[in-house]
Design a protein around this ligand. Structure first.
Ligand SMILES: *Cc1c(COP(=O)(O)O)cnc(C)c1O
Length: 399
């Protein structure tokens, strides 16, 4: 068993992928051709966004959004403490200051209460300017957008949805990639919609932002006059081969993978519920809460144990049985060496930035193998090993 079965996916779509790559090779057009244009149209249609601009990866996608808003070293961008490092890295690369917000203990996404609290701290205790919020749909689970949107509106903050992990997920019946002033996603191979290399995309309904992002992707060039550079940009493009691959995979995602991922998530949830009901020793495993407004396509399935000790015991047991398990994320970002400086910058706020929930979750979380290609019997096997935790609990008691 693998953590993600990209090999099984490839077996199913092999012929179409080979044909798509061959067609690009024979066309003689490798950058900015028909495939990129068609993919952008297909992705805009799929998400319901007016504009889609593809780029080199999901990290650039975030950086490009921030650059097009225009932020400087007095501007604060709020970001959850429990996320992949790229969500915060983009803020620093674009020239702003990341301010880490705690996550909700049940949904594991950015906490609206703590966001309000952190905005208040910046407004009352610093000369810095609150500029934007990056919300992350962690593991594919949509953030609490009713509240986040309201807070952004009240405080005049731009909302950027980091949907790198949530392609296909919906909130109140629409794609989360349509929710932000900007939304972004990543086509890294292991994401919900992945290519065979790196890729990313930006979604927006605002024509002006769309034009600025498109210009920034091409070294800041004018979109109307050739040879004219209007701003300092980047080189961040998706290539034709990856675009052709993504067009095949988008179809397969819509027709097969999305349903299968949702079916597998349901099966795992039910098995965990049944086994917990049967256990008599006050065992307490929890899974990510899905809000009633949300219809997620999960990219990871994670389980929260009672303690770090229990989590590490199960991880070891799984590895012994040949089941790869991963810890996302080993540390919240404020505890990472590279980002702890953003605590020191605001030294007197140190205690305020503890972000208790993020720390507690990272100590106790474990992600199990999860994708569209796991069989029911493999899922049963995984859950059986998880529930060997009972043995561990009685071992502890007998000591
Ligand atoms: C993967 C990921 C990114 C970055 O995407 P890349 O394509 O790898 O640059 C950004 N944010 C989150 C939450 C991610 O999981």
């Amino acid at each position: 068993m693998k953590f993600k079965h990209l090999d099984r996916q490839y077996e199913e779509i092999k012929d179409q992928i080979h044909q798509a790559i061959t067609d690009v090779l024979e066309s003689g057009q490798y950058i900015q051709g028909e495939n990129v244009k068609k993919l952008e149209k297909e992705l805009a249609d799929y998400t319901g966004s007016k504009f889609c601009i593809t780029c080199a990866n999901g990290t650039d996608a975030l950086t490009l959004c921030l650059l097009s808003i225009g932020i400087n070293n007095q501007d604060v961008v709020f970001v959850p403490d429990l996320t992949f490092v790229a969500s915060a890295e983009a803020i620093v690369q674009a020239g702003g200051i990341p301010f880490f917000v705690d996550v909700d203990l049940e949904t594991w996404t950015i906490s609206p209460e703590d966001l309000k609290h952190k905005i208040k701290i910046i407004n009352e205790e610093t000369d810095l300017i609150p500029k934007a919020v990056i919300s992350v749909d962690l593991f594919g689970n949509p953030a609490d957008y009713d509240q986040i949107r309201q807070i952004c509106k009240e405080h005049n903050l731009k909302l950027i949805v980091d949907g790198a992990q949530s392609f296909g997920s919906e909130y109140r019946g629409e794609s989360t990639l349509k929710i932000g002033d900007f939304s972004t996603t990543s086509f890294f191979p292991a994401k919900n919609l992945g290519c065979y290399g790196d890729g990313g995309a930006i979604f927006t309904d605002d024509p002006e932002y769309a034009n600025t992002v498109r210009s920034l992707c091409f070294h800041g060039k004018s979109l109307t006059e050739s040879g004219i550079y209007e701003r300092v940009g980047m080189n961040s493009r998706l290539d034709e081969i990856q675009a052709a691959i993504l067009r095949v995979k988008l179809k397969h995602f819509e027709e097969f993978e999305k349903n299968q991922i949702q079916k597998n998530a349901e099966l795992i949830r039910n098995l965990i519920q049944e086994n917990s009901d049967k256990a008599h020793n006050n065992m307490n495993l929890s899974v990510q809460k899905i809000q009633k407004e949300s219809n997620p396509v999960l990219s990871q399935f994670s389980i929260l144990f009672d303690s770090e000790e229990q989590r590490d015991w199960v991880k070891k047991k799984m590895e012994e049985e040949g089941i790869p398990a991963q810890i996302y994320y080993l540390f919240p970002l404020l505890m990472q060496q590279a980002y702890s400086v953003y605590d020191l910058n605001l030294l007197r706020l140190k205690s305020e930035q503890m972000n208790r929930n993020s720390r507690s979750i990272s100590n106790r979380i474990l992600s199990i193998p999860f994708d569209a290609y796991l069989s029911d019997s493999e899922i049963n096997q995984i859950i059986q090993v998880v529930f060997q935790i009972r043995l561990c609990l009685s071992e502890f008691r007998n000591q």
